[in-house]
Design a binder for this molecule. Structure first.
Ligand code: NDP
Length: 245
């Protein structure tokens, strides 16, 4: 199955997994709504999509922590493409630290982006998907949503929450035409750790990553595209993608 004519919202499309997923989906013919805060990065991706693929792209500068901005993203997508067939709830931050060091602003930021942002997006697309009786919601959790590491306390809490939301939504929507897929990647080569504010934790995390084989953003994008291109009878509810040591 390809995605020709399907309309997809991808949050966090300005880098990493979101950027790769938007490109792969556009290669399959999807019309993509690219959402994030860095408009310059979205503009470059839109140009790449329009020159290298058959898909169409729109840019909607969006901070997912702001409900009104996310509502506008859903409206603009519907206006441009006539439907919302898929949401890739990907925007996220990983501001890990030891709890004893009290980086409370980082904790709140992770809750705002990784949980409230995901909820804002679900809230914005669900009425349209229910009306269509068709749609696919893909939520990005993490291996850290299955296991907790010394500095991953709050990050893991947000990713456990994403997985719980995916499972709850799957049950609630099981009798509708809407599918829900939870994706849990292992370590992927993206800029995610570069935003860690605790210098020591950031340096250690990045140097540890240099010792292992990382996944590439395209590896996760491939998993997402696989899930959303299956026939309607197939519900890929959980995908875990780990690196091979
Ligand atoms: P990146 O840092 O490359 O991408 C994160 C994206 O989220 C960026 O496009 C960023 O865009 C966006 N974002 C952050 N805050 C906001 C906000 N307030 N509003 C809108 N967009 C926002 O990281 P990844 O690609 O690695 O991460 C994507 C997802 O995958 C995340 O949910 C992450 O937790 C998850 N994940 C990543 C793993 C990894 O090892 N990399 C492993 C497991 C899960 P901008 O700054 O332009 O707004």
């Amino acid at each position: 199955m390809d995605l020709r004519g399907k309309s997809v919202i991808i949050t966090g499309a300005s880098s990493g997994i979101g950027e790769a997923t938007a490109f792969q989906m556009a290669k399959k013919g999807a019309n993509v709504a690219l959402a994030a805060r860095r408009e310059d990065r979205l503009t470059k991706l839109k140009e790449r999509i329009e020159t290298e693929t058959d898909g169409k792209a729109i840019i909607v500068k969006t901070d997912v922590t702001i409900k009104e901005a996310v509502d506008r993203l859903a409206e603009k997508t519907k206006e441009a493409f006539g439907s919302i067939d898929c949401l890739v709830n990907n925007a996220g931050v990983m501001l890990i630290s030891y709890m004893k060091d009290g980086y409370i602003d980082d904790w709140m930021q992770m809750i705002d982006v990784n949980i409230k942002g995901v909820l804002h997006c679900i809230h914005a697309v669900l009425p349209t998907m229910l009306e269509q009786d068709r749609g696919h919601i893909v939520n990005l959790s993490s291996i850290a949503g299955h296991e907790v590491f010394p500095t991953s306390n709050v990050y893991s809490a947000t990713k456990y929450a994403v997985r719980a939301l995916s499972m709850g939504l799957q049950m609630e929507l099981s009798k509708t035409g809407i599918r829900v897929t939870n994706v849990s990647p292992g370590p992927v080569r993206t800029e995610l750790p570069s935003h860690i504010t605790d210098d020591r934790v950031r340096t250690k995390f990045i140097s540890n990553q240099e010792k292992i084989t990382l996944l590439e953003p395209e590896d996760i994008a491939n998993g997402i595209v696989h899930a959303v291109t299956q026939p309607d009878r197939v519900n890929t509810d959980q995908i875990t993608i780990r690196n091979k040591p």
